[in-house]
Design a protein around this ligand. Structure first.
Ligand code: SIN
Length: 532
């Protein structure tokens, strides 16, 4: 028996509880009822795992022009300058707002905000809370959300699909989502005046990632399925330094360690970054990740090492308490021993295409935070620009959404799927998931080629054929929903990579090692792109 369905109503339906979703909810609750849906707990977000901080122009020796210039340089020709300037101009106000919401940011002994530095930045401009900035921001925003009478949070609820007027013979317009309550198996129909995707990234498309398990690209997949344009998905950012240890899953070693003087070394102790970039360890992320990948391929070693041992032990322990403690628990004293590190998938620079207030190309559907493509990050994201982008677009979308005019059909069809159950469900999901993540890493990873991308394409097509059949015949589960989304996002990354015949930013292919003369976005839409 399929469980009975229920229809719920809200003004604003927010999918996701990272910085963008929570900040949006706090602002939008001033003029409407907000329902936030999150597929696990509220703290299962990329934001909560963010170590670095928020980039903003706050120092006397810094300027908006300098921050813009750094963003454009790292973005490698693909940023939208107007968007970059607009976001960076709002940086100081975004930091003020975080402080007003109770976020504790580190301060100097004189009481000023302490600014750290990360790769690609020419100045110190990243505000932070120790090495757990995201956790502190998440805490402060959640406290405000929990105290607000007009915000409801549904934990352990996962969106299945967005509701679209196109299914009822209208133009593409979104009026909510089908949402599975994991505990009961009920698929609710949540109807909303506006729907806000704040679902984060898709690091789990790759076998090695710094992301939590929830990062399965749900927002991109759902938006694409109802006809929204998605942009530049080939630009997957690989963080250069994730801890390499059999007992450590996805543990980031923040770029701020290099910002504070950490050096990358081979197993022999030799430094190598000088040969790859004038800023050495503080070069753009794509350059550092590719350099490490190259050194690992040359030497056959399992990892390179990040060395902090030349810095005062007390400084290292107090500036990076979380990293020091976690490494020590695994037997690595970072004040005495270099840290074994490898690159891993970290951030989706591409996403659902939005305008300057977060509107997608589908009416009443907004996308904010990592799930979106605003034009800020271009072909490679400058470190710590993303939490800033999340705050800015949350504010803008919450202001704009007030004007959203509700559309909906007179009768809404409840969710329908097969009701067969399968005792092999778990193993089918696990095997397919594993297969996707491995071939994406090998064929559509840090260094790509036409041949590798074609191999990935053949595999994902086969897999998605099998999945489609399985998905519609069997009773829907959270794992199946995630796998379906993950497979579609992998497919879209492959298709985007296939279309970019040049090397730019994070997309490096040995077949086209140079940049093309014409700079263009890779845009995919269901009407002319691959199948959903
Ligand atoms: C880090 O701490 O290295 C991550 C910062 C970021 O990804 O923006």
């Amino acid at each position: 028996m399929v469980a009975p369905m229920a229809q719920l109503e809200t003004d604003y339906l927010v999918l996701g509880t990272g910085i963008a979703g929570l900040a949006f909810a706090i602002d939008a609750a001033a003029h409407g009822q907000v329902t936030i849906v999150t597929k696990r707990g509220t703290i299962d977000t990329n934001t909560n795992w963010a170590q670095g901080g928020v980039a903003a122009v706050l120092a006397d020796d810094d300027s908006f022009d300098q921050h813009v210039a750094d963003t454009l340089t790292v973005g490698d020709g693909l940023c939208d300058r107007k968007v970059v300037e607009g976001i960076i101009a709002e940086g100081p106000a975004a930091v003020e707002k975080l402080l007003a919401l109770g976020t504790q940011l580190d301060r100097t002994p004189a009481g000023a905000l302490d600014l750290t530095r990360e790769g690609g930045h020419s100045r110190r401009r990243v505000v932070h809370h120790e090495d757990v900035s995201g956790r502190e921001i998440q805490r402060a925003l959640m406290a405000a959300v929990a105290a607000h009478p007009r915000i409801t949070v549904l934990e352990d609820h996962i969106a299945v699909d967005l509701l679209s007027m196109a299914k009822y013979g209208g133009d593409a317009a979104c009026f909510g989502a089908y949402v599975l309550a994991k505990a009961t198996g009920v698929v609710h129909t949540i109807v909303a005046r506006a729907t806000i995707l704040a679902t984060g990234g898709a690091g789990k498309v790759y076998v090695y990632t710094s992301n939590p398990d929830v990062a399965t690209g749900d927002g991109v997949a759902m938006a694409y399925r109802i006809g929204a344009v998605v942009s530049n998905l080939e630009f997957v950012q690989f963080h250069p330094t994730v801890l390499y240890h059999p007992m450590a899953k996805s543990f980031l070693i923040s770029e701020a360690l290099r910002g504070e003087g950490g050096k990358l070394r081979l197993a022999t102790g030799e430094r190598f970054m000088d040969a790859y970039h004038e800023r050495a360890e503080l070069g753009p992320r794509d350059v550092v990740a590719r350099a490490i990948d190259n050194e690992l391929k040359k030497s056959g070693a399992d990892s390179v090492f990040l060395d902090m041992t030349h810095l005062p032990a007390e400084f290292v322990r107090s500036r990076f308490p979380n990293i020091a403690e976690r490494c020590l628990a695994l037997g690595i004293d970072i004040t005495q021993q270099p840290i074994p590190v490898v690159p891993a998938a970290h951030y989706m620079c591409g996403g659902v295409k939005v305008d300057e207030v977060g509107q997608t190309t589908v009416k009443n559907l907004y996308a904010i935070g990592e799930v979106s493509w605003t034009g800020l990050h271009g072909a490679c994201r400058l470190a710590s620009n993303s939490l800033l982008e999340g705050m800015v677009y949350a504010r803008r979308a919450a202001a704009h959404v007030q004007g959203a005019v509700a559309v909906r059909p007179s009768h809404i069809t409840p969710w329908q799927s097969g009701d067969a159950t399968d005792s092999n469900d778990a193993i089918v999901v696990a095997l397919n998931w594993d297969e996707i993540r491995r071939f994406m890493w090998s064929y559509v990873g840090i260094v790509r080629s036409d041949k590798r991308i074609d191999r990935a394409r053949r595999r994902i097509e086969l897999l998605r054929d099998e999945l489609r059949e399985y998905y519609w015949n069997f009773k829907i589960t959270s794992d199946m929903i995630e796998l379906r989304n993950l497979a579609l996002v992998a497919h879209l990354i492959i298709e985007s990579a296939r279309r970019r015949k040049e090397s730019r930013g994070l997309h490096y292919t040995v077949d086209y090692p140079q940049k093309a003369e014409v700079v263009r976005d890779t845009e995919l839409q269901l009407t002319n792109g691959p199948a959903a």
